[in-house]
Design a protein around this ligand. Structure first.
Ligand code: AHN
Ligand code: ZN
Length: 328
């Protein structure tokens, strides 16, 4: 049965009560032989390309609206329940903007849940572009946004074909990337992650919680390096080790690096601090890049489709499918 729920400004329009019956297989501690689906990187790549084809998904634009409709349509085809959470948030420039968090749930009746997250909006400013004339140009956000969403959509497609025996929520945050342009030197406020701050204060299901969360941020570039981001280690060390050790055992130690990374004010920080769900960030950190912290084309007009490599999408997607299907 498909349910299609719209949650508008935090008000549930259609209720979603907890079903009385629980699947007896839930919380079954017996060891079962579990088959893990194969993550299809061609499919994930096509989902990245589709998002980029709308143009920069900047809140308030036609591209943003069209992409939202497409994401809802895709998630509706794969998950048991879809929630569209509309919200208003004030950006650094004191303008109140409309955002839409888009959520797809699998086994909504299960207590045991894994939270999977990415942001789907595009940054309105290429403030780290080497050409200063482009510092207010919106970005394609192929990697910084679309890549994480595309991995989660391909995972959703696999969940639909073969349900994992755990509840899963895919949360696509809006308005992550409207933080102040760097030349304004504004800091110290929570200007980033406006969609995740809203969701953490107003989850799509009242009282929602999950065992742990995983945020994907810039997971599509060639030769990406995912070091162990600081807040992830502070709040969810066990899950950092779980994911990284799984990646090592699968031969993906060229992407998942056994080294500590800087603290990043990303969506997972709010999910940890406000919602209290231990959450990690799989984020492309690179201290050798020209920006000194992130992937080379971060917040530049160069964050385009040609930077996306199927091998990276595959590594992240296959590791996460393994973590989800082996979870018990
Ligand atoms: C800051 O730079 C403070 N936060 C970065 C979070 C982010 C932006 N991830 C992707 N785009
Ligand atoms: Zn960004």
């Amino acid at each position: 049965m498909k349910k299609f729920l719209f949650v508008l400004l935090g008000l549930t329009v259609l209720g979603c009560g907890n079903p009385k019956t629980k699947k007896t297989s839930e919380n079954n501690s017996e060891k079962k032989s579990i088959s893990i689906p194969v993550f299809n990187a061609d499919s994930a790549y096509s989902y990245t390309a589709k998002q980029v084809s709308f143009g920069p998904r900047v809140p308030g634009t036609k591209a943003h609206e069209e992409c939202a409709n497409w994401l809802v349509q895709k998630l509706s085809g794969f998950s048991d329940t879809v929630f569209v959470q509309k919200f208003k948030a004030r950006t650094y420039d004191n303008v109140v903007r409309q955002g839409k968090n888009i959520i797809g749930s699998f086994h909504p009746e299960y207590q045991n849940r894994i939270l999977l997250m990415a942001h789907w909006d595009s940054r309105p400013f290429a403030d780290h572009d080497k050409d200063p004339a482009k510092h207010r140009t919106p970005i394609d956000a192929a990697n910084d946004g679309a890549s994480g969403v595309s991995v989660l959509l391909e995972m959703a497609r696999q969940f639909h074909k073969q349900n994992p025996d755990v509840g899963v929520d895919i949360v696509l945050f809006d308005l992550e990337d409207w933080g102040p342009p760097s030349d304004l030197n504004l800091s110290g406020e929570n200007y980033w992650g406006l969609g995740s701050q809203y969701w953490a204060k107003n989850p799509h299901v009242p009282g929602y919680t999950a065992v742990f969360g995983i945020l994907l941020d810039m997971v599509g570039a060639k030769d990406a390096t995912f070091t162990k981001e600081y807040f992830s280690r502070q709040y969810a060390r066990y899950y950092v080790d779980l994911v990284w050790n799984k990646a090592f055992s699968m031969g993906y130690d060229n992407y998942f690096i056994d080294r500590d990374g800087y603290p990043i004010d990303d969506d997972h920080k709010f999910v940890n601090e406000i919602a209290g769900i231990p959450s990690i960030d799989i984020i492309h950190l690179d201290t050798e890049s020209s920006n000194g912290t992130f992937y080379e084309y971060w917040h530049t007009t160069g964050d385009t489709m040609d930077k996306i490599d199927k091998n990276t999408l595959k590594a992240v997607g296959q590791v996460l499918l393994t973590v989800v299907y082996q979870f018990q």
